[in-house]
Ligand binder design. Sequence first.
Ligand code: FEO
Length: 164
Amino acid sequence: MKMIEELEVEFGRQITREFSSAMLYRQLAVDLELRDLPGMAAWMRSRSTEEIGHADRLIEHLTHRGNHPIIGDVTVPSIKADTVAEIFEIALDAEREISEAIRNLYRLAQEHNDIDSRPIIDWFVAEQIEEESSVSEIVGRLELVGDDGSGLLRIDSELASGGV
Ligand code: FEO
């Protein structure tokens, strides 16, 4: 069943957020490449691809229901980070914002009794818990190693092979 316009607009905003998140991860990958940390950069690029997958999942939901998803203006904030841990903290803050946006989408869908969007929103709620957890763990480990080169290179190599 087609969703009401107010919900369609909010889903559209979430699509924009997912694409913006993809571009943020791409930018963070650039900053890590410039620090000679190719494993961490590859991890960021892979997250970027996942975010595009999230946007596509939302787009598909809307089109299947006869709605018209609009990709809005994709924005990337300027990156200000002195340490590698701070680069990952930017990703963590962004994920927390997305989690809150998903919760708001959940609340709005509930308010309008939009049962059809329940499965996809539930999927996103679970996905955000996982994403926050994995970035948070990396931030914690980076804080433990501080600016110790060998520690950073170890984490870099783990992330290159898809670890953490
Ligand atoms: Fe799709 Fe990481 O939010």
